[in-house]
Design a protein around this ligand. Structure first.
Ligand code: CP3
Length: 352
């Protein structure tokens, strides 16, 4: 039995419908900027948090209870299924994620599995069940996965990279190896997202965060076909899909051809320009610069007004940031942002 969703603004906007107001959620809405998140994090490491369903469910609920956003997103990380493929994963406070044994050769690739998602990441399914119990249909739950190219950047680079020179070198020196790696990641992602869909998520987002670093022809060769394969394989579930790319403005038409219901964009192109290039059959999500939450409330209000004006009376629009919320964001500013959208700009400004 699935619980009916009381606030279904987000799902209606994903389907391209006209809504009373835009739904709003925030990428990385459960995170280090929240003291309550830091409290939960004190109990364990970041990976421990992802792997403990009860803690992951509590973290997921924080922005629902504290900010009142219109959708929940599973608390996890895009690198969780990569660890399940057999690649040791570490998270450090200062350096973020790293893989001490990155994939550089065909032998490295040969050691990777296409894991059974329930056996290796059953804690994610357990977290989804716990979140849905807590949500009790208040708002929809978004599941997610990294896209094959973005996951490959971490697996080949082994750490956060600025220029992606190792994965790009593989593209130019051994494209067959990169394609075989992307193929194996794609099989893993399809199984992993199928598990999430069968457990009860109401929409899913594919994060191809770093695909914006590719030339359009390389995007068409090394990123797009794999995302398309995932979207095609999951269409049978009849659940809305979202594709996010940071640096999307050079790739909008290509992103559309991946076939997701929603195109999620960063702030580098205004939404009215995005709307001209994305057909009406697809919804749009974005695109406030996350740094605007670090400034003055009255300036934030003007930034939000600009975006809302551009999307006024247009169906199929979801308010979000253009990338994840920053750890230094003051919580009152995040709350103010959500209230601005929900009140049609009349929310009271935070003090101080
Ligand atoms: O949106 C949400 O609230 C759901 C949870 C979520 C996290 N990561 C939690 C997280 C989601 C959807 C992600 C996706 C993710 N993870 C992406 C794609 C989107 C993006 O932001 O670009 C990427 C590239 C990663 C990989 C990753 N995870 C990095 C580079 C880092 C370190 C940098 C950072 O921002 O902390 C992480 C760690 C991470 N993922 C944290 C959280 C809350 C912080 C961990 C901590 O508690 O110390």
């Amino acid at each position: 039995m699935t619980t009916p969703i009381k606030n279904d603004l987000f799902l209606r906007a994903c389907r391209g419908e006209k809504t009373e107001r835009p739904p709003v959620w925030i990428m990385r809405q459960a995170g280090r900027y929240m003291p309550e998140y830091q409290e939960i994090r004190k109990e364990t490491s970041f990976l421990g948090l992802c792997k403990t369903p009860d803690l992951a469910a509590r973290a997921t609920m924080l922005p629902i209870d504290m900010l009142g956003v219109d959708a929940a997103i599973l608390f996890s990380d895009i690198l969780i299924p990569v660890e399940a493929m057999g690649l040791e994963l570490r998270f450090s406070e200062h350096k973020g994620p790293s893989f001490p044994n990155p994939v550089r050769t065909r032998e490295d690739l040969g050691r990777l599995l296409v894991p059974d998602p329930v056996a290796s990441t059953g804690f994610v399914a357990e977290a989804i069940r716990g979140i849905n119990r807590r949500l009790d249909g208040r708002v929809p739950l978004i599941g997610f996965s990294g896209a094959p190219f973005t996951l490959a950047t971490y697996m080949v680079e082994g750490e956060i990279s600025k220029d992606f020179s190792r994965v790009k070198r593989m593209m130019f020196s051994d494209p067959e190896l990169l394609h075989d790696l992307l193929d194996r990641i794609t099989d893993t992602v399809i199984r992993y997202l199928s598990m999430q869909l069968e457990t009860g998520i109401h929409a899913y987002q594919i994060f191809d965060t770093w695909a914006g670093s590719l030339a359009p022809s390389h995007y068409r060769t090394f990123a797009l076909p794999y995302v398309r394969r995932i979207v095609d394989a999951l269409r049978k579930y009849g659940v809305p899909s979202i594709l996010y790319v940071n640096g999307s403005c050079s790739l909008l038409e290509e992103m559309v051809s991946a076939g997701t219901d929603v195109i999620s964009v960063d702030w580098r192109l205004s939404l009215s320009k995005v709307r001209e290039r994305v057909p009406e059959s697809r919804a749009i999500q974005g695109n406030l610069d996350p740094v605007s939450l670090l400034g003055r409330p009255e300036i934030l209000r003007e930034e939000v007004r600009l975006i809302l004006d551009e999307m006024k009376d247009r169906p199929g629009y979801i308010f979000n940031l253009g990338h994840g919320i920053l750890p230094e964001t003051p919580v009152p500013m995040a709350k103010y942002l959500v209230q601005l959208i929900q009140s049609g700009l009349s929310a009271p400004m935070p003090k101080g």
